[in-house]
Design a protein around this ligand. Structure first.
Ligand code: ATP
Ligand code: MG
Length: 302
């Protein structure tokens, strides 16, 4: 099957900054894919290159088999991008903005177009704002319109560059429900976010970028099972052998240990028992995507 997105050896330099450094990435149709990385890692540059807004210095990009450079119009029609920056024309209403976007993609006026626009407005809770001028909307509302704009031409591949930045809890949940539905209906979703718990719960596969290079690429499940620092919290009857390597006792009476594999827990618990201390309560923290992300980023510094 044709890949939804194929990126081969893509590099991009801005002056002295190597924003993308020979990036290779293939995303299959129907995937819910996460593109993560610290500020300045190159996520937006990669998305802009895919949308033809930034010209890569070298390499090739294709959306649903359409080459971004040689077949730009076709590639662009396959793609809906929710940009990170708020850009819009302040003089039009929300509905006009969406209608113009549809026109831009050559979608004929008519019932089908209007019904789909109504459905998008409804799902993004924008119906009451349909006739409001863009400039009168709050920041979060404007972001909703950006999402709506990306969906107007029903693109098979939808790329969302930090769609939930500055968005309230209610919309965040509504947005994810809608995006999930689109994914279930077969749309390929690519998401960048700094809210790693969102990526963890939504994305089945994740790439981590750092300084323009892909430094991790795996299923979310595999990433989460990587050896990472876990946390053991123990509450005892107040005593604890001094040389056990716990941090200072917390105010609520818990001691915290950090460890990388489970045998270290056994050793510690055995020594607590041997010292005659009684364990009153115990918790083991599972590493989450944030722990894995930080570890991957740290490893890259050596
Ligand atoms: N038009 C530009 N001119 C000069 N430098 C740029 C330009 N666009 C991006 N850069 C630089 O390229 C690098 C990658 O930026 P990019 O916006 O792709 O990062 P990002 O991963 O999207 O970060 P963030 O999480 O902050 O959105 C950064 O060092 C940035 O300063
Ligand atoms: Mg960005």
């Amino acid at each position: 099957m044709t890949a939804a997105i194929r990126i081969e050896q893509v590099s991009k330099r801005f002056g002295a900054t190597q924003a993308l450094d020979r990036v290779d990435l293939e995303i299959g149709q129907g995937e819910f894919f996460g593109l993560l990385g610290p500020n300045g890692a190159g996520k937006t540059t990669l998305i802009s290159a895919l949308a033809g807004l930034v010209k890569a210095d070298s390499g090739r990009l294709a959306v649903m088999g359409c080459d971004v450079q040689n077949d730009y119009g076709a590639a662009r029609r396959q793609l809906g991008v929710v940009p990170q920056e708020l850009v819009f024309d302040p003089f039009f209403t929300v509905r006009e903005t969406l209608q113009m976007q549809a026109g831009y993609f050559g979608i004929a006026r008519g019932q089908a177009r209007d019904a789909w626009i109504d459905e998008i407005l409804d799902n993004l809770d924008l119906t009451s704002k349909a006739n409001a001028n863009m400039r009168t909307l709050s920041g979060g509302m404007k972001r909703r319109v950006l999402v709506a704009q990306a969906l107007v031409h029903r693109p098979p591949v939808i790329v969302l560059d930090e769609p939930t930045a500055g968005v309230d809890v209610g919309l965040r949940q509504a947005l994810w429900r809608f995006i999930r539905r689109l994914n279930e209906e077969g749309h390929t979703i690519v998401l960048t976010t700094h809210y790693l718990e969102e990526a963890e719960s939504m994305c089945t596969r994740i790439a981590m970028l750092k300084a323009g290079r892909i430094v991790a690429l795996d299923t979310t499940r595999n990433l989460l099972s990587r050896p990472a620092v876990r946390m053991l919290r123990v509450r005892t009857d107040a005593c604890l052998p001094a040389d056990l390597g716990a941090g200072p006792m917390q105010e609520d009476g818990w001691w915290i240990f950090r460890f990388e594999n489970f045998s270290e827990i056994e050793t510690r618990l055995a020594r607590i028992r041997a010292a005659g201390c009684t364990i009153v309560d115990l918790e083991i923290g599972k590493p989450d995507l944030e722990d894995v992300f930080l570890k991957v980023m740290q490893e890259q510094e050596h």
